[in-house]
Design a protein around this ligand. Structure first.
Ligand SMILES: [Zn+2]
Length: 379
C-alpha cells in the first residue's frame, strides 16, 4: 500500500521514498514506492509525470492500494522524486475550475454534470439538459467572480451516517469514505482529485464553445494558463486579420461581413461577364464544329457552355481545362439522346463520365489538338 502524500499536501513537488518493487512491463518499468506525491489517473484527472531518481515517470496509475509509476528506466533503493509541477499545477487549475463552473451551472439550472474530460488543451463538460447562451454567460461571469474572491477550497470527510446531511454533486456511486470538495458559494462535490488551495489560483475560466450533445450540451472550457494561451493565440490572430483588413480589432467581424458581401457581388458580375463571353464564343461556331474550349477547368462552366451551344445546334460540346491537367467536358442536347456520344468521347480520349440522355459530363486525359482531331475526323 502506497502512502499518498498528495492527500496530505497537494503542493509537494519533491520527496524522498523507497522503491518497494520495480517490474519490467514491455518496454516500460512499473515502480511502486512506499510513499508518493504522484497523483494516479482518476476522477477525470490525468496521472502525474516527473522523475523517480534519474528515471522518467511518463504516467501514474492506481492498482488496488498501490500507486504504479510507469517509468522509462528502472530504479532501486532510496530515491529522490520530483513531480512535473507545471503539468500538475495546470491539472489542478483545470480540475478546480471545472468544480466551480459545474457547481454554479448546476445551481442555476439543476442539470447534472454527466461527463467530464480533461484533454491536452481544454476541458469539456457535459450537462444533462439544454443551456441557453444567457445562462452560459451568467455561469462564466459568476465562476470568475468566485475566482476573484479567492475563497478556500476545503475537504470534508463526513462519517457514514452524516453523508445524508450534505447536498453534494457526485458523478458516480461511491463506496467507502467519501471526500467532499467544498468551494463556498460555488460547489460541494464528491471528488478524489487534486485541487488548488484557493480559487484565486485558478486564474480564469472562459467557456469557448457549446454544442448540443445527447439530451443536453457539451461545453468546452479554457481554464487557468490555458485561458491565457487561448487569449494570446486569439489576440495574435485578431491582430493579423485587423492589419490585413485595415480595421480595428473590435470591428473585424463587421469588416469580414462587408468583404463577403463585396466578394459575392463581384462574383455575380463575373458570372454575368462570363455568360456574355460565352455568348460571343458561341456566335463564332459553325454546325460542322459545335465545340468550344474554356480554360477555367470548371465542370460547371463546361455544362453552361455546352447548354448554350445546344440552344443553337442539335448537340453542344464544351471542354474546360488545359493540356497539362486535362479537361472537364459536357455534351448537351435538347433533342437527341447523347449517351452514346459520351461513350465515344470516353473511348477516343481516355475519358470517363456519364449522365442522362440530355446531358453527359465527364473528364478526358488528352491535349486540345487530339480532342480537335477527333471532332475533325467525325465522332
Ligand atoms: Zn475534483
Amino acid at each position: 500500500m502506497t502512502e499518498r502524500l498528495y492527500r496530505e499536501d497537494q503542493y509537494i513537488k519533491e520527496f524522498g521514498a523507497k522503491v518497494m518493487s520495480c517490474e519490467k512491463a514491455k518496454d516500460r518499468y512499473e515502480i511502486i514506492l512506499d510513499r508518493s506525491a504522484f497523483y494516479p489517473e482518476g476522477g477525470g484527472q490525468p496521472g502525474d509525470r516527473g522523475f523517480i531518481g534519474p528515471s522518467k515517470v511518463i504516467d501514474t496509475a492506481e492498482r488496488g492500494e498501490d500507486i504504479i509509476h510507469i517509468c522509462e528506466s528502472p530504479a532501486e533503493g532510496e530515491v529522490i522524486c520530483a513531480v512535473d509541477w507545471d503539468y500538475r499545477f495546470l491539472n489542478m487549475q483545470q480540475h478546480t475550475g471545472e468544480h466551480i463552473f459545474s457547481g454554479i451551472l448546476h445551481s442555476l439550472t439543476g442539470f447534472d454534470n454527466v461527463g467530464f474530460h480533461m484533454g491536452e488543451s481544454e476541458v469539456t463538460v457535459d450537462f444533462s439538459g439544454p443551456v441557453s447562451r444567457e445562462i452560459l454567460s451568467e455561469t462564466e461571469k459568476k465562476s470568475n467572480e468566485i475566482i476573484w474572491k479567492n475563497v478556500p477550497v476545503t475537504e470534508i470527510y463526513p462519517a457514514g451516517d452524516e453523508l445524508g446531511n450534505y447536498d453534494y454533486r457526485s458523478k458516480k456511486e461511491i463506496s467507502g469514505q467519501v471526500r467532499l470538495i467544498k468551494i463556498e458559494g460555488a460547489d460541494l462535490c464528491a471528488c478524489c482529485g487534486t485541487h488548488t488551495a484557493y480559487t484565486g489560483e485558478v486564474g480564469m475560466i472562459k467557456a469557448v464553445s457549446m454544442m448540443n450533445y445527447k439530451q443536453g450540451v457539451r461545453i468546452t472550457l479554457k481554464i487557468g494558463a490555458r485561458a491565457l494561451e487561448d487569449y494570446r493565440e486569439k489576440t495574435e490572430n485578431a491582430a493579423k486579420i485587423s492589419a490585413s483588413l485595415c480595421a480595428k480589432t473590435g470591428e473585424i467581424a463587421d469588416s469580414v461581413e462587408k468583404l463577403k458581401e463585396k466578394t459575392a457581388a463581384e462574383h455575380l458580375k463575373y458570372i454575368e461577364l462570363k455568360k456574355k463571353y460565352f455568348e460571343l464564343m458561341c456566335e463564332k461556331l459553325t454546325p460542322e464544329f459545335p465545340v468550344l474550349f474554356d480554360d477555367s477547368g470548371s465542370a460547371d462552366d463546361a455544362r453552361i457552355l455546352a447548354d448554350m451551344i445546344a440552344g443553337k445546334f442539335p448537340v453542344g460540346y464544351a471542354f474546360s481545362g488545359n493540356d497539362e491537367d486535362g479537361y472537364k467536358y459536357a455534351v448537351v442536347s435538347h433533342s437527341t439522346d447523347v449517351r452514346e456520344t459520351g461513350k465515344k468521347i470516353n473511348a477516343a480520349l481516355s475519358g470517363r463520365g456519364g449522365g442522362k440522355p440530355e446531358m453527359i459530363m465527364g473528364s478526358v486525359n488528352a491535349p486540345r489538338n487530339e480532342i480537335e482531331k477527333v471532332f475533325d475526323e467525325g465522332l
